[in-house]
Design a protein around this ligand. Structure first.
Ligand SMILES: [Zn+2]
Length: 485
């Protein structure tokens, strides 16, 4: 009995030592902090130029509407007039009608180019919300230290920020050693066929990129619970996208003599089953890496749990499941987004249709998801078919690569108070079209944002602070200097 007690005590001591030891190993960042760099820029001039771009309503549709490209041509004209050096030094090609591919030739052709992406198109304003904007969505007003308008965060700040950076470097008579390619898609919000065409063209030319940077994570302030300091989240993968249409058809009829099974009832049951049988939550590779990178900014308790996921992953899973945004990172989500049936209160509709939008976690696949949906519904009367522009989850880029380190270093130079962490972006980006061009694909928009900004994406009162936009330009200047030489 005594021997058993001693053995148990010993085992407990070893366990505590292991837990604490692993926690200590995550206490400090392993990378040396970069020295902060503050490039001198005139923030109000930058803001004034971005505001001009916001006034052009570059909205894409599928299929394209007549004259849809006209605003994009106006945007190109504006760019040419504001960034004369960039447009004379870089080779510019218009692809697929509205996308812009700009190549800044490096002096050393043996080096692989870097590829910097952003998109010119914006989402429309949701009908009925126009009046909720403090300043009209396409007025490009600068007020209270902010630039207001659709596209300030998503993603004209990226397009103009990159052009400002190139223009600034050209003014300083910089020639990069490594080529810098800018690719500005014109229909990211509706599937990104422009980006796809540019990716195909570059691949056909045999170009491989050292790394690719697109929009994605940002410098989050107070967004992640338990993390006291700003967190610069760099997307190393993104979820896949799949929309499925469900249809139930049977003769309709008079609502005074309904059959036992109505189309609306049957379709509703299918959706109820799907919602009740969600994919189990799990902590995948990227999420584990993300938690470990953020651990130094956590309190001891959370750090202990993150350092010992082998023991505490159920606790962490439960913690992350509390918020919709973090729960979405732990499984393939499923959301009914469209439901159509019926035209009159006393007529049984002959058809009921619904659309389910799924976002596939890395490791999942469209084929597997389709099979699961079919199995869960388990009703041959519910016809299931995938809708257009679906994509598989993106491959996971290595957060330990040299390119990631250079990116993290640049982030620390411009945002010295931030902790850098890889993560999986929940939304879709144009970067997904470029997966064949580089194993190092990162998604990061160098802008600070807080809880209050979350609803501004694709929402009302989208804005960026004048100083925040200047920091974005500083980041791009620094990144090109650091990684293209
Ligand atoms: Zn975007």
């Amino acid at each position: 009995m005594k021997k058993l007690a001693v053995a148990l005590t010993l085992a407990l001591c070893v366990l505590v030592a292991v837990l604490v030891g692993r926690t200590w190993s995550l206490a400090g960042s392993t990378t040396l902090p970069a020295a902060a760099v503050k490039i001198d820029l005139d923030a109000s001039t930058l803001a004034y130029r971005l505001a001009k771009a916001l006034r052009i309503q570059t909205i894409a549709h599928v299929p394209p509407e007549p004259n849809e490209l006209v605003p994009f041509q106006a945007l190109h004209e504006l760019m040419r007039s504001l960034f004369p050096r960039a447009f004379s030094a870089l080779k510019t090609e218009v692809i697929a009608g509205g996308s812009l591919l700009m190549t800044w030739q490096g002096s050393d052709p043996s080096l692989a180019p870097i590829l910097l992406l952003s998109h010119q198109d914006v989402v429309p304003v949701s009908p009925g919300t126009e009046g909720d904007w403090l300043h009209p969505a396409f007025s490009g007003v600068i007020d209270q230290g902010f630039i207001w308008g659709r596209g300030t965060l998503d993603d004209k700040s990226g397009v103009f920020g990159l052009l400002e950076a190139v223009e600034h470097l050209l003014l300083k008579e910089v020639t990069p050693r490594r080529s810098v390619i800018l690719a500005f898609g014109h229909n990211e919000e509706v599937g990104g066929s422009g980006a796809k065409a540019m990716a195909t063209l570059l691949t056909d030319r045999g170009i491989r990129a050292e790394y690719i940077l697109d929009e994605g994570g940002m410098v989050s302030e107070g967004v992640i619970s338990g993390i006291g300091q700003p967190a610069a989240l760099v997307g190393v993968t993104e979820k896949g996208y799949l929309s499925i249409e469900l249809t139930v058809q049977s003769p309709g009829g008079h609502s005074s003599m309904p059959s036992r099974d109505t189309n609306i009832g049957r379709l509703s049951r299918a959706i109820t089953r799907l919602e009740a049988n969600q994919e189990p939550l799990r902590i995948g590779t990227t999420l584990a890496e993300s938690l470990q990178a953020l651990a130094p900014a956590m309190g001891f308790g959370r750090r202990l749990a993150v350092a010992n996921l082998w023991l505490f992953s159920p606790v962490i899973t439960k913690l992350l499941a509390a918020a919709d945004s973090t729960r979405a990172g732990m499984h393939t989500t499923l959301a009914p987004t469209i439901f159509h049936a019926g035209i009159k209160d006393n007529v049984l509709p002959g058809t009921a249709t619904a659309v389910i939008n799924l976002r596939l976690i890395p490791g999942d696949s469209i084929a597997d998801a389709m099979r699961r949906v079919e199995m869960v519904i388990g009703d041959p009367e519910v016809k299931i078919r995938p809708l257009g522009h679906n994509r598989e989850p993106a491959p996971e880029s290595d957060p330990k690569s040299g390119s990631f380190a250079a990116l993290a270093n640049t982030i620390k130079q411009v945002f010295p108070d931030a902790i850098v962490a890889p993560y999986s972006t929940v939304g879709a980006t144009d970067a997904a079209h470029y997966t064949a061009m580089s194993p190092n694909i990162y998604r990061f928009l160098p802008v600070r944002w807080g809880v209050d900004d979350q609803k501004r994406f694709h929402g009302t009162n989208e804005r960026i602070s004048v100083e925040g936009y200047a920091d974005a330009v500083r980041f791009y200047i620094q990144l090109i200097s650091n990684t293209a030489g």
